[in-house]
Design a binder for this molecule. Sequence first.
Ligand SMILES: Nc1ncnc2c1ncn2[C@@H]1O[C@H](COP(=O)(O)OP(=O)(O)OP(=O)(O)O)[C@@H](O)[C@H]1O
Length: 344
Amino acid sequence: MIQIEKLRKTYRSRGREVTAVDGVDLQVREGEVFGVLGRSGAGKSTLLRCVNLLERPDSGRVSIDGQDLLSLKGGALRRARQGIGMIHQHFGLLSSRTAAGNIAFQLEVMGVPRAERAARVDELLELVGLAEQAKAYPAQLSGGQKQRVGIARALAGRPKVLLSDEATSALDPETTASILELLRDLKLRLGLTVLLITHEMDVVKRICDSAAIMRDGRLVESGPVRDLLLRPGSELARGLFPLPAPNVRPGTTVVDVTFEDDSADQPFVSTIARTYSIDVNILGGAVEEIGGSRIGRLRIELPGDPDINAAQLAHLRESGLTVEVHGAAGVVAAEARTETEVLS
Ligand SMILES: Nc1ncnc2c1ncn2[C@@H]1O[C@H](COP(=O)(O)OP(=O)(O)OP(=O)(O)O)[C@@H](O)[C@H]1O
């Protein structure tokens, strides 16, 4: 488990101060993939570099499986860092060495005896599906294959924790999907705990169990992906289910309804229409497969103002759906399914 507490890092350059990480608390549970999502400059790389101590934080705590990394020195620190693998956006391979040579080099740096290296290289290449390309140089490999070498190299020290710095940002969508699939597979096979940073919603959708949104050095939203998607007002949900700003016509109620597997099979639109004898207009929506669950968001329009639709809205909530009601000036009421208060 990775535990980050009150982490802070400020850069000072040319008389200017930038607080890149501003009091971040974050917990990555053992065996999960945690994605930190944010725009350029949000502080994601700095946060990641503070976890493997490429960067020394000004204050706060980073611990892995209860071991406080900031208190370690010398050999103990080196050993702890070997237990943290890292993959990079631009792979960072040595162009003069083959795929096998790049991995062997890492083993050499880690002090693995020569006699053991060749077998371990083969094992690592096999693990990432690259046994055939052992003798190829980076220039002869595709982007996805280069990243596979990068992943094999990161796994050389048999780490329990893998950090990923925009590992798929330089790849096309199809290759991105195959690399994410590999990471998910490795996580399960090797019991890895993965902390990744990305600016791609798709990465969160495909692989992350939990996620956080980072802005100006702070985490503005954090938790299991499923919980975030079902939380009214969630930025992550807005990003994964992009719907245009609602255009609420006078005398109507516009509602975003979020549903998951167990409620996805309910024909809630026709049920509401039939039960209350009203016309329900569908304005937009999407369904996504996330972490093995089907989660969707539908925007519907009901005739009449929200107060007239109190019973209809209560009906939706009682059916286990997350309901967000838009007013003319945006969302006027967001109600989780656990909340019982009816619009007033
Ligand atoms: N070595 C440094 N010296 C000075 N300022 C830095 C340094 N590294 C990062 N910063 C600043 O810290 C802030 C956060 O940068 P960081 O690279 O962590 O963000 P990021 O979210 O990873 O962005 P990107 O996706 O573009 O890499 C930025 O304002 C950046 O300019």
